[in-house]
Design a protein. Structure first.
Length: 541
């Protein structure tokens, strides 16, 4: 018999099928994203340029951007991109394989942590968590070139090891925790410690009451794990600091690690910033009535050890991120597996009632209706926008595609008759919505961020000197496959630079709409809202 509150027919075989369904949904959306999404400035193009310069130089020790040491991120992500490029070629889609594989790993590791925390056969929690996780936040960010997906893999790996070390003490568990810390440090720096150290220090909260937390049995091995991670990061950082010089050493040992946490110098946001972000990430869960009933019922019961373990991770990490002034929405991604596991553990005791899917169906009906009618309304409202941004950005939207995808989503939602099938229907509906948005945006909006035409126009002049005017964050290096750094200049230097370099090429990003005061424009394209980016040559050429 199944334990009380278990999902019906939820043996490990059904669990594994649900896991495969979650991964398959993700890979289907990932293929659409890889086929439609250009490298997005400035972050993705910058990371690609760092990886490209690593490939060109063959120097995997010291990352560079435009020829200068790049201290903003550790090198593991760039190493992995280069490994994929060695097999598949130096293309944007090939680089995205790292993020796509990491996101699939997050789904699998969420299931694995669920098996560790909720080992009862038939609980259904691990697979349900995997299905809940595969929602809009994962679909939006999962294929982007960023570090958080890979970081989440190491966090989940470390949490599995920490729980195992408490349940079945062994040297192997502490070594795995140390490896997870080290890999996390090599991926995104000390932020991994905000996820793994608090639950380790709060072990008294989630371990059995009779457990003894001695230095020899717990805190000593924990210190050894941290030392393993420290050895891994310093094995790269110390030689890199020697090669990169004192300024690079200061950046990686202080400003980009502890300094970023003490006082952020980018992405400053108020303390409440993550509250609406988290609400957005939890769609469509917030519209799922069984979850609210399960939450109301759980308030009257004591918290289980697995839930206390998850809270000892999620609570301190979320508070820490709120207190750090530098904030970005995707910093919340590594917390989403924990949220999914919490929701799945509550839903193990929930029941489906008639009409539970109607609120979900209404939510997705509104979203698909906005996708269908929104472009036409935006075109009418923004018909007089300077540079024609709205018409260029929306391109040729096809409402029939949105209507067909929306109808399929509603059919899936309204036919779901169990917790598991409703979770699967939510994931599939989110996948349909995001895939439809990506396909539609590929006809217009994405073109405003695609620098491939600029790179093609730049190709005949790549051998000569190149200067970027106004600002530069590595957008061109990889896209144009440049083999030498570009010069960075202010706009007022444009004429003098072109006069001094008759064989040179200037790249001007402009939002004034005025004709460049010097040179001949050999290529121009819309870039972002109401901006233009141009390739300039000396008029004599």
């Amino acid at each position: 018999m199944s334990p009380p509150g278990a999902l019906p027919n939820a043996g490990w075989m059904e669990d594994e099928r649900a896991l495969l369904a979650a991964v398959a949904l993700w890979l289907a959306v990932a293929l659409v994203m890889m086929a439609t999404l250009p490298a997005l400035p400035v972050d993705e193009t910058r990371y690609l340029t760092v990886a490209w310069e690593m490939k060109l130089s063959g120097n995997w020790l010291l990352p560079t951007l435009n020829g200068a040491p790049y201290s903003h991120k550790p090198p593991l992500y760039f190493w992995l991109i280069n490994l994929v490029w060695a097999v598949a070629g130096s293309e944007v889609w090939a680089a995205r394989i790292v993020s796509v594989a990491a996101t699939a790993g997050v789904i699998a590791m969420t299931y694995r942590l669920g098996r560790e925390l909720f080992p009862e056969r038939g609980s259904g929690t691990p697979s349900l968590a995997a299905l809940i996780l595969v929602g809009p936040a994962v679909f939006i960010y999962g294929a982007l070139l960023m570090f958080d997906q890979l970081l989440a893999v190491w966090i989940l790996m470390g949490l599995c090891a920490l729980w195992r070390a408490a349940a079945r003490p062994s040297l192997g568990a502490w070594i795995v925790l140390g490896l997870a810390i080290g890999l996390g440090l090599l991926t995104k720096g000390p932020v991994v410690l905000l996820h793994l150290i608090p639950p380790a220090l709060l072990a008294r909260v989630w371990m059995p009451p009779d457990a003894r937390l001695s230095f020899r049995g717990w805190f000593g091995p924990l210190l050894v794990s941290v030392l393993i991670g420290a050895v891994m990061i310093f094995a790269w950082a110390i030689p890199a600091a020697i090669v990169g010089g004192p300024e690079f050493a200061h950046m990686i040992f202080w400003k980009q690690s502890a300094g970023r946490m003490v006082e952020a110098f980018h992405h400053r946001q108020p303390v409440w910033f993550y509250l609406p972000v988290l609400a957005g990430f939890l769609l469509p869960l917030l519209f799922w009535r069984p979850l609210w009933r399960a939450l109301a019922s759980a308030r009257r019961e004591p918290l289980s050890r697995p839930v206390r373990f998850l809270l000892s991770w999620l609570g301190p990490a979320f508070i820490a991120f709120c207190l750090i002034s530098g904030k970005q929405p995707h910093y919340m991604l590594p917390l989403m597996p924990g949220v999914a596991l919490m929701a799945a553990s509550l839903l193990g005791r929930a029941e489906i009632r008639p009409g539970d899917a109607r609120l979900l169906a209404l939510l997705f009906a509104v979203l698909f209706l906005v996708l269908t009618l929104g472009p036409s309304i935006a075109l009418w409202v923004g018909r007089d926008t300077p540079n024609g941004f709205v018409s260029q950005g929306l391109g040729a939207f096809h409402p029939l595609l949105s209507l067909a995808a929306g109808a399929l989503a509603l059919l899936l939602l309204l036919r779901a008759r169990s917790i598991r099938t409703q979770a699967l229907a939510m994931a599939a509906s989110s996948a349909l919505l995001l895939a439809t948005v990506a396909i539609q945006c590929n006809r217009g909006l994405f073109k405003l961020y695609d620098l491939a035409p600029l790179a093609n126009a730049l190709a005949p002049y790549e051998a000569g000197p190149i200067a970027v005017f106004n600002q530069y964050a590595g957008e061109i290096g990889f896209m144009a496959r440049l083999t030498h750094p570009v010069q960075t200049k202010h706009r007022e230097e444009l004429k003098a630079w072109l006069d001094e370099h008759p064989d040179g090429t200037g790249i001007l990003r402009d939002d004034t709409g005025e004709k460049p005061e010097a040179g001949t424009v050999v290529h121009a394209q819309p870039f972002r809202p109401n901006k233009t980016i141009s390739v300039l040559r000396a008029k004599s050429n």
